[in-house]
Design a protein around this ligand. Structure first.
Ligand SMILES: Nc1ncnc2c1ncn2[C@@H]1O[C@H](COP(=O)(O)OP(=O)(O)OP(=O)(O)O)[C@@H](O)[C@H]1O
Length: 350
């Protein structure tokens, strides 16, 4: 639409600078870098092969692919894979999320408007309302739902046939899904953290798309601090690009300076990770400390700590989850440069 259509002249438009909120810019950046096919999707070799087979089998039998559950920490490519499933099977994609489905009616409206063969992506499916979950069981199994009309003794249920669809659910907390829901997915993909080599590949692909030149040392440095997560790798690349643009500095030295400025340490720990570690060590003598108490002390949601910080800290061997709570390991004390206190836990080998 032209600027004139809005009732002002082009020259006046050009002089107005409308700031784009950072989150919008980040989202656009993320979208631009999303692989569109399984062959462009880096790493997760096993999951890719499993998905490929599932999609090919469905295509050979001219049916909708089985329902797919994608489980794993944030930023590993669940949304990207859902888009790829739709793209590779040449089907339309509808996107929703658990928090947006707070009543069975929300889900009924969504399901009844699907076109035949559509891929329905529900992100954070573990956060869907319980009443909607129950409706989803029948929908996934028989492509049918029962709609309740009226209340109390006079209530009746009217069955409604749905168009066949493929549900792709994503969750960072597969343990929170009730078994009947989990069992109705034909395939569950557990996404793993990426190796540094795979992340270097992700960053090199993103640099090519952004027409940025980057040497292999810098690639390795960003990859090593990306916490096994492509989203973080792309985000750090963006910060490094900004730093180089503004300061006119390039190469490994610029990468290190940029990441230092943004508080990303050499293991890739960010502010939240370090807050979790230092709280366990400094306020709770290294632990054990329960998740709720830890979250309150750090000033974060327990879910954020459990799904965002903890999987990486456990994977790095910086914290252990014990029946009595979270414990900082010897490596965590060393990493924060705090002298260890001899405790029974260390004697137990933690
Ligand atoms: N295997 C991959 N190869 C290349 N890029 C990837 C890959 N996985 C993820 N990415 C990039 O990382 C970004 C984040 O991925 P995505 O949004 O799919 O993660 P997610 O698991 O859905 O995260 P969340 O759980 O927070 O929704 C995307 O922009 C995409 O470009």
């Amino acid at each position: 639409m032209s600027s004139e259509a809005f009732g002002f002249e082009r020259s006046s438009v050009e002089s107005v600078v409308v700031p784009v909120p950072e989150s919008t810019a980040e989202l656009a950046f993320e979208g631009a870098l999303r692989p569109r096919s399984l062959s462009e999707f880096v790493g997760q070799t096993k999951v890719r092969a499993q998905l490929e087979l599932l999609l090919q089998a469905a295509a050979l039998q001219s049916r909708t692919p089985d329902h797919i559950l994608l489980a794993g920490p944030p930023g590993l490519g669940k949304t990207t894979l859902a888009m790829i499933v739709a793209h590779e099977s040449d089907r339309p994609l509808r996107m929703s999320s658990g928090p947006a489905i707070q009543h069975a009616g929300d889900l009924a409206a969504l399901l009844s408007s699907l076109v035949p063969g559509e891929v329905l992506f529900i992100d954070e499916i573990h956060r869907m309302a319980r009443s909607a979950e129950e409706m989803l069981y029948l929908a996934m199994e028989d492509f049918r739902i029962d709609i309740m009309v009226g209340k109390g003794a006079g209530a009746t249920s009217i069955p409604l046939d749905l168009a066949p669809f493929t549900l792709v659910g994503a969750t960072t907390r597969s343990g929170l899904l009730p078994n009947p829901l989990r069992d109705r997915f034909g395939f569950t993909a557990h996404l793993e953290f990426y190796s540094d080599d795979e992340l270097a590949h992700v960053i090199s692909r993103a640099s090519r798309l952004l027409e940025l030149e980057i040497d292999s040392e810098s690639l390795g440095e960003i990859a090593g601090r990306s916490r096994g997560t492509p989203r973080i790798a792309n985000r750090l690349l963006r910060r490094v690009r900004d730093f180089s643009l503004v300061n006119g500095r390039e190469g490994l030295e610029a990468v290190q300076a940029a990441l230092k400025l943004y508080d990303v340490d050499d293991l890739g720990l960010d502010r939240l990770d370090r807050a979790v570690l230092s709280t366990i060590i400094q306020q709770f003598g290294g632990g054990p400390v329960g998740l709720g108490t830890l979250a309150a002390s750090v000033g974060e949601e327990a879910e954020t700590i459990e799904s965002v910080a903890e999987p990486f800290l456990v994977r790095m061997g910086l914290i252990s989850r014990t029946p009595r709570g979270r414990v900082a390991t010897r490596k965590a004390w060393e990493h924060l440069g705090i002298a260890q206190r001899e405790s029974a836990l260390f004697r137990d080998g933690l």
